[in-house]
Design a protein around this ligand. Structure first.
Ligand code: FAD
Length: 418
């Protein structure tokens, strides 16, 4: 079912004349009801998209979405907004390309400008060994139908004039590029899904922390929150770095590590970079936002933490790596840094599907790269909840793979590549 269209050129004109005082509220803020058909925990992109697709694709609208803070206040509002689908294994490319294709139609579907900018993403090879690995990766995904191309150093220089291709300590030996990759505005993704879900009847309840579950005969019966107990027999959990906390409350274990991932932006400058660049070897990535800031990051902190904040050593490390690639950015002033708690699985692939508790489903393990996967993560979890069986694209990503050993090891395509 399509969401009502509240934004149009005519509406913009009307609101401009009226001093922008007549815009409707983006989403309703109702009090929680005593019972729902489905309760989704976590108001990040994955939880919001799940609630939206439950209502829009499966007609399940008696749904509550519970968020302990504010919508998009977790990793969804803290990431560096990179989207792409150039993972290595077929299971992953199917999943991430499904997501990218959904993103390509999402501004229209949600009637909000997500500022999807498919500027292209380049993964740099800085050694002979990188060239071998990245060419293999690039060939593998082309076989899987994902368009990408190999660039020689001169072509890299033509694509990215600001990059020090030949002079730096780690000269660029080539790169593989996915032109459909790029960035999207992360808060608009959260707000768009929230508004769409709310318009279709989902209750979005902020400042509502889940503190426990009522489970009997191995079936979930209710969710305990700081705003009372809510009865339900279906619960979807999408809480990223806090997934193991919720799983412990429900009595099962997840193979996840929670770590802080940091990012930082420079002062805004005139357009100087119109591609996303990452180098697994030099170990950093960068893009320029629409506001002109250079958005940068690297790998997760080397220790476990629930700290949602940045500190100096990773900033110094990341900026040092960026300057190896872009010495001309050395005079830029850094403006902000921050951190989010990411949920890293042993094979750096997500977990989507059923849990050991009947009626309880999970979407987690996206680690450092789940922003690009929000549309697919929501779509697949919604389908799994609605039909009580895994969506075919989600089957390879079930929790059981850590028992059977059928891992999807995306270590090379995740991490600093985002
Ligand atoms: C610095 C940084 C850079 C990143 N860059 C990229 C990138 O460029 N591209 C990319 O694809 N991915 C990136 N990521 C990863 C991406 O942001 C995440 O994988 C994704 O946003 C996860 O979305 P989510 O909805 O699962 O989690 P979140 O957005 O974290 O939402 C989970 C929500 O659950 C809530 N919650 C937790 N516990 C409870 C509870 N008990 N009760 C109720 N609510 C609860 C939290 O408050 C939070 O709002 C980055 C992450 C970080 C931190």
């Amino acid at each position: 079912m399509p969401v009502p269209r509240t934004h149009s050129a005519l509406q913009l004109l009307r609101q401009a004349i009226g001093g922008h005082r007549g815009w409707p509220q983006f989403w309703r803020s109702p009090e929680p009801k005593p019972a729902y058909d489905v309760v989704i925990i976590g108001g990040g992109g994955h939880g919001l998209a799940t609630a939206y697709y439950l209502a829009s694709k499966h007609g399940i609208r008696n749904v509550a979405l519970l968020e302990k803070g504010w919508i998009g206040g977790g990793n969804t509002g803290r990431n560096t907004t990179i989207v792409r689908s150039n993972y290595f294994y077929p299971q992953s490319t199917d999943l991430y390309d499904h997501s990218l294709r959904l993103y390509e139609g999402l501004s229209h579907e949600l009637n909000i400008n997500l500022m999807l900018s498919q500027m292209g993403i380049l993964t740099l090879a800085n050694s002979r060994h990188d060239v071998e690995m990245l060419q293999r990766w690039s060939n593998a995904i082309q076989v899987q139908g994902i368009a990408c191309e190999w660039l020689e150093p001169e072509q890299v220089q033509a694509e990215v004039p600001a990059l020090d291709v030949f002079g730096m300590r780690y000269p660029v030996k080539g790169a593989f590029m996915q032109r459909r990759g790029g960035t999207a505005r992360h808060d608009a993704v959260a707000w768009g899904y929230a508004r769409g879900a709310s318009q279709l009847g989902v209750d979005i309840i902020q400042n509502c922390e889940v503190s426990g579950f009522e489970i009997s005969d191995n079936r979930v019966r209710a969710v305990h929150t700081n705003r009372g107990t809510i009865r339900t027999d279906k619960v979807g959990i999408a809480v990223a770095g806090h997934s193991t906390v919720l799983a412990t409350l429900a009595g099962f274990k997840l193979p996840l590590s929670s770590m802080t991932l940091q990012a930082y932006v420079s002062e805004p400058v005139k357009p100087a970079l119109d591609r996303v660049i990452n180098s697994p070897m030099v170990h950093a990535y960068i893009s320029q936002s629409d506001r002109g800031e250079m958005v940068m990051g690297a790998g997760a902190d080397a220790y476990f933490s629930y700290g949602q904040r940045g500190n100096l050593p990773p900033l110094e490390d990341g900026v040092r790596s960026i300057l190896e690639m872009f010495p001309r950015f050395s005079r830029l002033k850094m403006m902000r840094q921050w951190g989010g708690v990411v949920d890293i699985s042993p094979d750096t692939s997500p977990i989507i599907g059923k849990t050991p508790v009947t009626g309880m489903y999970i979407n987690c393990g996206w680690g450092t790269g789940g922003f690009k996967a929000i549309p697919a993560g929501g779509d697949l979890l919604a389908a799994t909840i609605a039909h009580d069986k895994p969506h075919p694209l989600a089957e390879p990503f079930c929790l059981d793979r850590f028992r059977t050993g059928r891992l999807v090891d995306e270590g090379a395509a995740a991490g600093v590549s985002h």
